[in-house]
Design a protein around this ligand. Structure first.
Ligand code: NAD
Length: 408
């Protein structure tokens, strides 16, 4: 299995080589500023105590406070958290928000905990890390299996412990009305389409309006992406979930698909579409492919069979380096995850900014700002891609590394 940290590090080193970046600075960027492991005692509902293990990794803060989510998962480990914090530094720099990279996690299957246990665990984690975080130090957010409710508990605990006047800005991804920002739910999917719009404007892959598109996934990111892409004039012909996919080359009615999923719990057997597997979806005769669910799905085994003319990575790390090399050889542009899915971190920054300045922005304002900022990121990456005659991924790493190094 491809190790995402090794992949990300090799991507940075490739960018460093091509753009002749300062070797000492790159060496520093390959390391992590600080990683902590904490133990969290939690009183369980049966009256017994259980000790959980949590982590926070702070990769680099040259551009601003460390920033990144906290995930709750039984497979969380320090290496993974460290890798994800590294990634966050680059994602934040590509979209030009004034944050560094951070990430956290707790080893737990949250589905096995009651709401009360989950709250005590979340508050317990903050009790252990609060001296290391803060609105101008490190700003966590939700990630896998964490949500607005958990952020609300964490903010409250942080506020009780520190009395910080800007405690609200210590965590983003809070619910609306509790300091959260309008537009956060749509941010990643819509942000991806703003980037895609620029790619189309620049004729990448020869893609034009009216072309077909297949998306892997139909969760938060893919469903908002599909919605906005359809509105832009593209034909969404295939979607999937963990149980498989559906295809209709004439196009899918997204509202009807969402309703079918709500009624039956899956996309399977949607009337007017054919059932396919997730791997068949990736090889469909479509113009645009959007992997928007899982990592490592485009590999040396299937990259040659991909027929799309343009790939937009909405999931994190969907393409292995071997597949990347195949797409580069075949001249299929891949808009990389750190650019395409950076809409979420961008709106997290807007949430932090609103909290810091006691402002509340409308959804229209948020989405307009996001559109402008993420389209500019595309333009900046595209310039470097052309300058160095390299891939968009390498262009994005060069841009991010140059921006971080300039502040180091
Ligand atoms: P989600 O949980 O809302 O949706 C995930 C989707 O993946 C669902 O449709 C699910 O059915 C599908 N899925 C699960 N297992 C699958 C399998 N084995 N095969 C095919 N599909 C499967 O999650 P999301 O927030 O939409 O995140 C999707 C991806 O985007 C992840 O890689 C995530 O890290 C990345 N991402 C999300 C955000 C965000 O703001 N939500 C930001 C950046 C990156």
């Amino acid at each position: 299995m491809t190790n995402p940290f090794e992949t990300a590090k090799s991507q940075l080193m490739q960018a460093a080589k091509i753009a002749k970046l300062d070797e000492d600075k790159i060496e520093q960027l390959l390391a992590t500023d600080r990683c902590v492991e904490v133990s969290i005692p939690v009183k369980m509902d049966n009256g017994k105590q259980k000790i959980f293990t949590g982590f926070r990794s702070q990769h680099n803060n040259a551009r601003g406070p460390y920033k990144g989510g906290i995930r709750y998962h039984q497979d969380v480990n320090l290496d993974e958290v460290r890798a994800l914090s590294f990634w966050m530094s680059f994602k934040n720099a590509v979209v030009n928000v004034p944050f560094g990279g951070g990430k956290g996690g707790i080893i737990v299957n949250p589905k096995e905990l009651s709401a009360g246990e989950l709250e005590r665990l979340s508050r317990g984690f903050v009790q252990k890390i609060y001296p290391l975080i803060g609105p101008e130090v490190d700003v966590p957010a939700p990630d896998v299996n964490t949500n607005g409710q958990i952020m609300e508990w964490m903010v409250d605990e942080y506020k009780n412990l520190t009395g910080h006047p800007k405690a609200l800005a210590t965590f983003t991804g809070k619910p609306l009305g509790k300091g959260g920002s309008e537009g956060r739910a749509e941010a990643t999917g819509f942000g991806g389409v703003y980037v895609f719009e620029e790619a189309v404007k620049n004729s990448l892959g020869g893609v034009v309006k009216g072309n077909t598109m297949a998306l892997q996934g139909f969760g938060n990111v893919s469903s908002f992406f599909a919605q906005a892409a359809q509105k832009l004039g593209f034909k969404v012909v295939a979607l999937s979930d963990s149980k498989g996919g559906i295809v209709n080359l004439e196009g899918l009615d997204l509202d009807a698909v969402a309703e079918h999923k709500k009624q039956t719990g899956s996309l399977k057997d949607f009337a007017g579409a054919k059932n396919i597997t997730n791997s068949e979806l990736l090889e469909l005769p479509v113009d645009v492919l959007v992997p928007g669910a899982l990592e490592n799905v485009l590999t040396a085994d299937n990259a040659d069979k991909v027929k799309a003319k343009l790939i937009v990575e909405m999931a994190n790390g969907p393409t292995t380096p071997e597949a990347d090399a195949i797409f580069a050889k075949k001249n299929i542009p891949v808009i990389p995850d750190i650019l395409a899915n950076s809409g979420g971190v961008c709106v997290s920054y807007y949430e932090w900014y609103q909290n810091m300045n006691n402002e509340v922005w409308s959804k229209e304002d948020v989405l307009e700002k996001l559109s402008k900022q993420i389209k500019q990121a595309f333009v900046d990456v595209y310039e470097l891609q052309k300058k160095y005659n390299t891939t968009f991924r390498t262009g994005a790493y060069i841009l991010a590394a140059e921006r971080i190094i300039a502040k180091m």
